[in-house]
Structure formats: structure tokens, C-alpha cells
Design a protein around this ligand. Structure first.
Ligand code: ATP
Ligand code: HSE
Length: 308
């Protein structure tokens, strides 16, 4: 095979209480990527979108992933990657992870599928390191595995795929940029033991709720006493969006990844669509443009569209 076209989904990292360890893939939005194997060793990055992302491979997350694969396997071949990005960079919807995971997945397919899922995650994390300064796998893992994943450990890589509850996901992306690197820098380095105990209870409750498909347990576990109180100040109208969504019947939700997107889970489509309208109206009132996605959890992750 010389060429592959893939659809790479957006992801919601943290799932409120599981900072750096929980994440889920969603159906909308998604990036389109095409990777070609070259006979010569260059790595060429092309963007068919308007985000102005770097095309220098060492500055693009897809590029650094491919450089690391090339170096590790001492390849004489190179790659050409064309990215049509729909997941806005800095949105908190896993834009950098999509390019990183897509590059690892595409290269693996072009090289005969010799990498394990863990190896793809290993290489994709070089992209996250470029974007945020940290090798975290909570966006990459659900992109590659699909559904909801638990990063039991990122060194050594130990990923536990959980199940996929039949829930709607509503995400609003207000057009303010929050870089993951900045949103990490403001976090406290130490936490109080009483807060850690509460957070452990929420994470355990959420994982059990997902595995047992216990929807009320999922809802009452979606609480974050450590990260959200600090990061939410970076997101205009966060408290109002959350309060109105919960009043409208959301199971729960919070900051998507490092923000500024906010996500909510809902059992019914009508509830999800109502929450979407409420979210948009909050930002319309203060004249901040926003995009709203009503989606579902994506059990498949990256999808192959065409291979030659
Ligand atoms: N191919 C790429 N796709 C997206 N971002 C890229 C890419 N290459 C380099 N970047 C850089 O990565 C940064 C965006 O990553 P960041 O992690 O901040 O946002 P995000 O992926 O939307 O957020 P989150 O990880 O919270 O979901 C920007 O500085 C952008 O220039
Ligand atoms: N877990 C990461 C996800 C964002 O990429 C964070 O919250 O910083």
C-alpha cells in the first residue's frame, strides 16, 4: 500500500475528574488526513485548511511523529501528509492529538501494520509533547482505540479500553484560544489530601458507571474538585453554561480537555439539542462566536476511508 485516507475524530480528554487519564472519542468534528509513502526520505506536510499551522515537520505534531518513526526504524522512505483540519487548534477537542494519532496510525498502515496500538501511542505522544510540553495520552488513546479509554500508565504505556455508553455528547467551542501548555502552567503542583480523596471517589465511580452502564452513577461522578476550579476562570461564562445545561437535563459535564470547549453528556437527543441551543445563546449574548456540536461517543476511533 502506498496511500491511505483516514478520518480522525475529536476527543474529549479528562472526562471532568480524570485529569490526564480518561478520554473519549466523539463523531463530530473530525479531521481528514491523507498519507503517502515516499521513496525518498523527506517528510512533507501540507495543510488544506485555513488555520495557518506550521508545515515545517519539526514544528507540526504530525511531522514529529513521522520523524520519530522514521528515525526509530531507520527508514529510507519518507511520508507526504495532507491534513484537512476541522478540529480547531487550541479548542480542547484534541486537535493536536488527532494529527499525532492520525500520523502514527497512517504510517503504521503504510508500513504493513507492524506496530501495536501501544507502539502507535508511544510515537503519537511525541506530537503531544510538541503541542503541550507533556507526553500525555488521554486524547491519543481514545483516538486510536475508539470509545472511552483509561490511561492506567503512560510510562510504560498501559491503556484500558472501557465500554461505550449510548449517550449524546454536546460540546460548545467559544472562539477564545486556550493553549494546553498555558492551561497546564496555571495548575497547582500539590493537592490537598481531602480533595484527592474526593477526586479518587469520582474517578472510580465514573469508571464503574461506564463499565456497568449505570447512567445515574456516571452523572454523579462527573465532578472535578482539583482542576476545574482553576481552569474555569480562563473560560468566559463557564459557570452559566454548566448551570443552564444541568438545569436542562444534562447528566453532567465540564471542561473538555484543557478548554475552552465545554462538554455535557445527555441521554436523549432532544435534551442534547436543547442544551446546544442554550450554550450557543449564552455566547451570543456576550457576542462571542461559538460552534456547537451534538454528537455521540465514537466507538471506532480512526476510520480508514480509502487505501491504495
Ligand atoms: N497538526 C497540528 N494540529 C494541531 N495543532 C498543531 C499541529 N501542529 C502543531 N500544532 C500546535 O499545537 C498547538 C495546539 O495544541 P493544543 O494541545 O494547545 O490544542 P488542542 O489539541 O485543541 O487541545 P486539547 O489537547 O486540550 O484538546 C498549537 O500551538 C498548534 O500550533
Ligand atoms: N489532559 C490534558 C488534555 C489536554 O490536552 C490536559 O487537561 O491538560
Amino acid at each position: 500500500m502506498k496511500k491511505i485516507k483516514i478520518k480522525v475524530p475529536a476527543t474529549v480528554a479528562n472526562l471532568v475528574c480524570g485529569f490526564d487519564i480518561l478520554g473519549m472519542a466523539i463523531h463530530e468534528p473530525y479531521d481528514e488526513m491523507e498519507l503517502k509513502l515516499l521513496d525518498t526520505p523527506e517528510i512533507i506536510i501540507k495543510h488544506e485548511d485555513h488555520f495557518g499551522l506550521p508545515e515545517d515537520p519539526s514544528q507540526n505534531v504530525a511531522g514529529v511523529v513521522l520523524q520519530n518513526i522514521q528515525k526509530h526504524f531507520q527508514l529510507t522512505q519518507g511520508f507526504e501528509v495532507t491534513i484537512r483540519k476541522h478540529i480547531k487548534p487550541g479548542s480542547g477537542l484534541g486537535s493536536s492529538a488527532a494529527s499525532a494519532a492520525g500520523a502514527a496510525f497512517g504510517a503504521n498502515a503504510l508500513l504493513g501494520n507492524s506496530l501495536s496500538d501501544e507502539e502507535m501511542i508511544h510515537f503519537a505522544m511525541f506530537g503531544e509533547e510538541l503541542a503541550s510540553g507533556v507526553r500525555h495520552a488521554d486524547n491519543i488513546a481514545p483516538c486510536i482505540y475508539g470509545g472511552i479509554t483509561l490511561v492506567k500508565s503512560s510510562s510504560p504505556i498501559d491503556i484500558i479500553p472501557l465500554s461505550t455508553p449510548d449517550l449524546f455528547v454536546v460540546a460548545v467551542h467559544p472562539q477564545v484560544e486556550v493553549k494546553t501548555s498555558d492551561a497546564r502552567q496555571i495548575l497547582k503542583k500539590n493537592v490537598l489530601l481531602k480533595d484527592a480523596v474526593e477526586q479518587w471517589g469520582n474517578i472510580a465511580g465514573l469508571v464503574v458507571g461506564i463499565l456497568k452502564n449505570d447512567i445515574p452513577l456516571i452523572g454523579r461522578s462527573l465532578n472535578d474538585v482539583i482542576i476545574e476550579p482553576i481552569r474555569s476562570i480562563l473560560i468566559p461564562k463557564f459557570d452559566e453554561v454548566k448551570m443552564k445545561s444541568l438545569e436542562a437535563g444534562a447528566l453532567g459535564g465540564g471542561i473538555s480537555g484543557s478548554g475552552p470547549s465545554i462538554f455535557m453528556l445527555a441521554e436523549k437527543k432532544e435534551t442534547a439539542e436543547h442544551i446546544a441551543r442554550l450554550m450557543k445563546s449564552v455566547y451570543d449574548e456576550i457576542e462571542i462566536e461559538s460552534f456547537v456540536y451534538v454528537s455521540k461517543i465514537n466507538p471506532a476511533g480512526i476510520e480508514i476511508v480509502e487505501e491504495q
